[in-house]
Ligand binder design. Structure first.
Ligand SMILES: [Zn+2]
Length: 233
């Protein structure tokens, strides 16, 4: 009986020790993780991320799934924002929910939405602007991710090349190179500004990939690495 009691105490001590050790391991793991997550910017660098479209403008619609481009733009933009914030970069998103920036719906809503996005960029005076979109085309065979820039901005071309480099090596059918685009968003600032078209919602293979959280993460990571290698930090 006494022996059994001793054995029981020994087991209790051992188990308590293991619990204590695990607890301290978890605590140190938690502090390592939280140390990597920088809540306040530590680098004097601001990026405006612009998730394209927003209710009532869905942008493109997935051919099979009917997914809204505006929703996917927000997912990829949010993943990208998290990654940039974790390395200490200040990030401003032009929208953080499904709604566009139109105010009241009317025939001029699109113009007002664009004006609002420009106003945000003018207020923030960022070091960089990155718009996130999904592409669509009548030829459903067309697929892959491509970065657009304004032809008047050499610095934007450099940023586009840096992101495209990762698109080309990491994402399928994304070897078309960067392209010149004549878009309002690319003319809102003198800072490097690009539009990332992350794949075609009109192509069934791209659509399927873009719906997968793993692929969304992969796309955001390509943009993140392209930005980091461009600003060289
Ligand atoms: Zn779009």
């Amino acid at each position: 009986m006494h022996k059994k009691k001793t054995l029981f105490s020994l087991i209790t001590i051992l188990v308590s020790g293991i619990i204590l050790l695990s607890a301290s391991f978890l605590t140190s793991l938690a502090s390592t993780v939280s140390a990597q997550i920088v809540e306040t910017p530590t680098i004097n660098y601001t990026i405006v991320i612009d998730p394209g479209h927003g209710f009532p403008d869905p942008g493109s619609i997935g051919k099979n799934s009917k997914v809204k481009e505006s929703d996917l733009n927000l997912v990829v933009s949010s993943l990208l924002a998290d990654k940039l914030r974790k390395v200490g970069i200040n990030v401003v998103l032009t929208r953080t929910d499904e709604n566009g920036l139109y105010g009241l719906y009317s025939t001029t809503y699109k113009k007002r939405d664009m004006a609002k996005r420009k106003e945000i960029i003018n207020d923030v005076k960022p070091n960089m602007v990155v718009s996130v979109h999904m592409n669509s085309f009548t030829n459903t065979k067309l697929r892959g991710a491509q970065v657009f820039y304004d032809k008047s901005s050499e610095i934007s071309r450099e940023l586009a090349l840096s992101i495209q480099n990762f698109f080309t090596s990491e994402l399928p059918a994304s070897d078309k190179g960067v392209s010149v685009g004549d878009y309002f968003m690319l003319k809102c600032t003198d800072a490097p500004s690009v539009i990332c078209e992350c794949g075609f919602l009109s192509n069934p293979e791209d659509e399927k990939l873009l719906l997968s959280p793993d692929y969304q993460e992969k796309v955001a990571n390509c943009i993140f690495r392209g930005i980091i290698s461009f600003i060289n930090i």
